[in-house]
Structure formats: structure tokens, C-alpha cells
Ligand binder design. Sequence first.
Ligand code: NAI
Ligand code: MG
Length: 489
Amino acid sequence: MAKQNSFSLKFDTDWQYAPAPESTDHVEIKDRYDLFIGGKFVKPSSNKYFKTINPATEEPIAEIAEANEKDVDSAVKAARKAFPKWSSLAAKERGKYIYRIARLIQERAREFSVIESIDGGKPIRESRDIDIPLAAAHFFYYAGWADKLEYAFPNRKVEPLGVAGQIIPWNFPLLMAAWKIAPALACGNCVVLKPAETTSLTALKLAELIQDAGLPEGVVNIVTGAGKTGAAIVNHKDVDKIAFTGSTEVGKMIQKAVAGTGKKTTLELGGKAANIIFEDAPIDQAVEGIINGIFFNQGHVCCAGSRLFIQESIKEEVEQKLKARLETLIVGDPLDKNTDVGAINSKEQLDSIEKYLKIGKAEGLESFQANVTVPKKGYFCKPTLFFNVAQSSRLAQEEIFGPILAIQSFRTVDEVIEKANNTPYGLSAGVWSDKGSKAFNLSSQLKAGVIWANTFNKFDPTSPFGGYKESGHGREGGMHGLEAYLKIS
Ligand code: NAI
Ligand code: MG
């Protein structure tokens, strides 16, 4: 370490962290994965497979089955067949199965974390401390509801819907599977779930775990494939409910496809959250929250704080501190325990993010990129700040889903409310202020499903999550999350 005093110490240049790779020797990944239908792994009827790759190395990891309409039909039939028994099982017995899934996830948490990071590119610190523990927590939480549904909806009659088709994205693969499967099972439904094509592995590991838990066959079916497989689930006549998390574009297509069919939907779509910092905020704490808000999971977060609003009197200070903090972020190997920002999930997503970097340049915006070296191989993007972004800029209006922060400023409370609400989205928002009254005032005026005060990106199974406007409809998590899987009369 070089000569230093505590005032000028710069972590990135003066302290070199030794590599701290997570070990992978306990992880078992097969060369090829089939479809999980009726409690067994079965070959896809087309016999087609596609590769899943490690986005940090571009190396293939395994082959994944591609399900077509016929396979989806088999999965729906298996779910339908399992439904009468599963839904009439004593509720506390249903709960026991769900508890067992939760405990098995905890037992195998290390393996799940490593696979999540290898397949999707997220830092091991995040899969280990956030994704996998939260996935287990969701199963624990909804296991507890299974035999208490009449307390959740007193004096009402509750019944399961039947077969739920569930389509999930690649940003939180196992966690999104848990968000979807746990409440559906607790309410007595059977499911057909499709993971995203770039991150199928932890869902397939979950299928193995579900076998080990002894869940009756057909209650959970997992079919892999891309958009076409998803569409086959959406369009299947014998599916009672579609639960989707993903892009607004596909969400709109799904809404059109199910219109008039009687299928229930929950759509959890994109976002463009405002993170608002007032002059009375605890600045250093807020800077940490802003960094976490946008760079957590490489910015592949629907509720990411991707628009920052700084009150003018502290603009310079906050921007300086953000630049300094950016320099200390460690970008690179997702399996290294020191890594803060891992790999972008896919080549397609990297291309899409880079398109926005070009747009920012073409708009003549001032920008700042961390002076970090990123690995040559693999899909990486340097954390980036854009300053003085106009309300009309595409960087302020469109979901980028990457490590790019669009910074704006404001003078008054009314001004920032108007600016914050001026997007097609309404999923989440953050407020940083020393004054509780200010935070409460804003939280009632911001059109967003989730609002954090003096923190950001906090998730808990007891708390409902969902959006307004083009961010979708329906709530997942908490007691509200049960409603999405029940007929209530
Ligand atoms: P996507 O919406 O295409 O993918 C999400 C899931 O939907 C995947 O499982 C996919 O296979 C499936 N899918 C695709 N087309 C479908 C169809 N026609 N019918 C049924 N299912 C279908 O998202 P994509 O293309 O991976 O990412 C594009 C952009 O979408 C991202 O840049 C990001 O802005 C946004 N996105 C937002 C997410 C969120 O959680 N809000 C999650 C993923 C993407
Ligand atoms: Mg992959």
C-alpha cells in the first residue's frame, strides 16, 4: 500500500483487493436440462435445446430444453390433473410442503447463489445475501398463510383459481420464481412457470428441489424457452390466470391476448423511479442510497432509482460525492466476493444499454464514467452518470435497465413532484429528507406503488409490491399478494 493519510486515501488506486472468489466445487450443473412436467423431467417434443451462457465469460454452461405448444399443453394438463387433490388437501398440509421448499432452499443456499451468479451475471454478494435468502423468506411467509386464508379475508368465501401460468424475467430469477409460486401454492393453485431464456438454471434446480420436497406431481411444472413458449402459456385455453413480470411491451401484448377470455392477470412491468434528495437530507447516507438504488444488480431492476432529483442548493456537493463514490465501485467477476457491479445479463441487453449511452452523447449531455477497468471478455458496462438531463430526454423517460443514472435538479417541492410523476411509469420512488412530514407529503403525491424514505431497494415478503400506469397492475407480496390467486366472494 502506498503512503497515505486518511484524507486523500483513494480505495480504487491505493488499495488493491486480492481476488476473493467464491468456490464453485460444491455446485452441480448438468450438461442438459429437460422440462419439468408432472413431477418428472421429460424431453421436449421437438427435441430442441438452446444454450445458456455465463455472461461474464461468454462460455456455455448447459443446454436447456425449448418447450413448444405441445409441451406447454402437457404441462397445463398435468397442472389441471393435480388441481382437485391439491386444492382439497387440508390447508395445513399444503403449508407443510411450502415450508419444506423454504427449508430446502436455505439448506442449498450456497449452491443456488453460485448458480444464480454464473448464469445471470449478478455479484455473488447479492445472490448470497439478497436473492436466495429472500426467495426462502417468500416461501416461509406464504407457507404461513396457507391455513389462515379465512383470517386474511374474514366473512368471505375464498377459493383457488385453478391453473396459473407464470412468466418471469432474468433479473431476479429464483426470487421471481418464489414470488410467483409461493402465493399460488398457498392459495391452492397449481402452476406452469416459465423462467427467462437467459436464466433458466435456478428454476430448474428448484424443480429438482421440489421433487426432493415430495410435492405431489403436477402441482408445479416448469417449462423453459423464449417468448414463443411464454406466448403458448398466455394463449392456452385451460389457464385461469397469467402472472407476468417483464417488459411493458410484452405486458401490453399479454393484456391484449387475454382480453375477453376471463383469465385474471397480474402484470409487473417496467419502471423509471425518481430518487429525490432534499437539502436537509443526510447527504452521505443518501449518496450510498442513490448508488445502491441504481447500481444494485447492474441496474437490472424494475424499481431502480434511475432518475435522480437533487435540490439545487446541494447539487454540486451531491454530484461530487457521487463521482467519488463511483470511482470506488468494483466492476468485474460476479463470483468475486468484492465485486459491486457484475456482468450485464446478455449481449442483447448490453447492446440496448450502449444504445442509451450513444443517445446521451448525441443529446450533448455531460457525463461521468468510473475510471475502472472492466474485463475484456464478457458483457460489462461501466457505471455512468448523466448530468442536467432534460425532462424530455429519452434518458429521463425510458427504462434503460442498466447502470446509468439520469440526474436532474429542482428548487421546490411542487416542482419535483410534477417532474417525478412525468413518466409513463409508476412503480417506485425514493425520498431523502430529515423531515418526516416532507417524506409523508411526497409519498401521498408521488404516483408510485412503492415509496422508500431514507432508504432504497428494500424488499420484504410481508410488503406488497406493484405499480401504477404502464408499470402494470396487481400486487405481489404481503396479504395483498394472496388476492391475486383467489376467487373471493
Ligand atoms: P421480456 O419482457 O421480453 O422478457 C420477460 C419474460 O417474458 C421472459 O421470460 C420472456 O421469455 C417472456 N416473453 C417474451 N415475449 C413474450 C410473449 N410474447 N409472450 C409471453 N412471454 C414472453 O424482456 P426482455 O426482452 O428480456 O428485456 C427487454 C427490456 O424489458 C429490458 O431492457 C427492460 O427494460 C425490460 N424488462 C423489465 C423487467 C422488469 O422487471 N420490469 C424485466 C425484464 C425486462
Ligand atoms: Mg445465462
